[in-house]
Write a protein that binds this ligand. Structure first.
Ligand SMILES: [Zn+2]
Length: 378
């Protein structure tokens, strides 16, 4: 039932539209036009006031023909860079870019798949529950669209986000994350003439970092220091250094504990600094902790998972649950009481100029989604 050629043509036309994060209006308009022709009621929320995008999130409602609970389907409209003037190449059944940009299969493969599935459902008048297709902005810059989504426009309590690579999995667990920003303040001085008068902020920060356990902390927790900025010249004792890092965990208590450990490691080094005995306000630590995204934990026997697995099995395939280390819009939905599993579309090497996707994988994902909707509609 899935029209392979139509799916390929739509995908190609979507990746040709520039939509780097914050510039999603053109693709939103294109999708809206198609949705209009399929009888959708379209809403655009006012999230652009907070995200800075040139459009809000797009919420497309299809009323279906069965008086059942609505099902959420979701994808994000934005891409990473280099994402402008994408020239898709289709060779041996695989889409790539011309090598100078990303392809944008992340996440336009999902948009094309969902639209193709809805088109088939509408045109063939197949049994269908109400569908709420949510297209977010600014996913790639910290899930900003989802975080600022007007959830009063959404009534679905369960559904699927299409935004990962492997077509044989459904992500049911994802971690919560904290962002940490620390600033160590020392004192500047001429490094050659009077180094004794300085307090080297970089040295203090290094001591703190050297004492941290980073990387994989345990089976459900990771931690990273990713950015350091400090100092202005080689002949000046640096008076400030800023450090940015993150902690992720599938366990909220561990997330808080590891976050506190990092801050206290810096505090200890700063407090332990031995000067020349004179009272001094320096060195000093400032820090900021931000909740980046909340966790997702969908039980393996939840209908969202069971129906996806039943759908795969009806097609002679299988789909496995997966715990991931990454965050997605689904994490934000989960916090809002919407249980959404994350399904793969076949996209590979995302966020690189080597990004690719097989048309076969897109067709298979569309077939799976058709079956999922059918099962949710009976
Ligand atoms: Zn994505």
């Amino acid at each position: 039932m899935i029209d392979r050629e139509r799916l390929a043509t739509l995908f190609k036309s979507l990746v040709e539209i520039d939509s780097v994060s914050g510039n999603e209006r053109a693709i939103a308009n294109k999708v809206r036009k198609i949705a209009d022709s399929l009888g959708a009621v379209c809403h655009v929320d006012d999230s652009e006031k907070r995200t800075g995008s040139d459009t809000g999130n797009l919420i497309l409602k299809f009323k279906g023909n069965r008086p059942l609970e609505p099902l959420l389907l979701s994808a994000h409209m934005d891409t990473v860079e280099p994402g402008c003037s994408v020239k898709p190449v289709f060779k041996d059944g695989v889409f790539t870019s011309d090598g100078t940009t990303i392809l944008g299969a992340d996440d336009k493969s999902a948009i094309a798949i969902i639209l193709e599935v809805i088109r088939v459902l509408v045109e063939k008048e197949l049994p269908c529950c109400p569908l709420e297709f949510v297209l977010t902005t600014c996913e790639e810059i910290g899930l900003q669209g989802a975080k600022n989504l007007d959830f009063s426009l959404i009534t679905a309590k369960k559904g699927y986000v299409l935004d990962t690579s492997d077509i044989g999995i459904i992500v049911n667990q994802a971690p919560a994350a904290n962002r940490i920003e620390l600033k160590v303040f020392g004192k500047d001085a001429h490094a050659g003439v009077a180094p004794e008068q300085g307090i080297n902020a970089i040295v203090l920060a290094s001591k703190a970092i050297a004492g941290l356990k980073l990387g994989r902390i345990d089976h459900e927790t990771t931690c990273n220091i990713g950015v350091i900025n400090g100092g202005v010249a080689i002949n000046i004792v640096p008076k400030m250094v800023s450090i940015q890092g993150e902690v992720r965990s599938h366990d909220n208590d561990k997330l808080d504990r590891i976050t506190e450990n990092i801050v206290s490691a810096f505090q200890r080094v700063v407090d332990g600094w031995q000067g020349n005995g004179e009272p001094s306000e320096l060195p000093r630590l400032e820090y900021k902790i931000e909740k980046d995204f909340p966790l997702t934990r969908i039980p393996k026997d939840h209908p969202v998972i069971l129906i996806a697995q039943q759908a795969a099995s009806n097609l002679g395939r299988s789909i496995k649950t997966k715990s991931t280390g990454g965050g997605a819009d689904a994490n934000i939905f989960f916090e809002q009481g919407i249980v959404a599993g994350v399904i793969g579309t076949g996209m590979q090497n995302m966020h690189s100029v080597r990004e690719s996707i097989k048309l076969d994988d897109m067709v298979q994902t569309a077939e799976l989604l058709m079956e999922i909707v059918r099962l949710h509609s009976t």
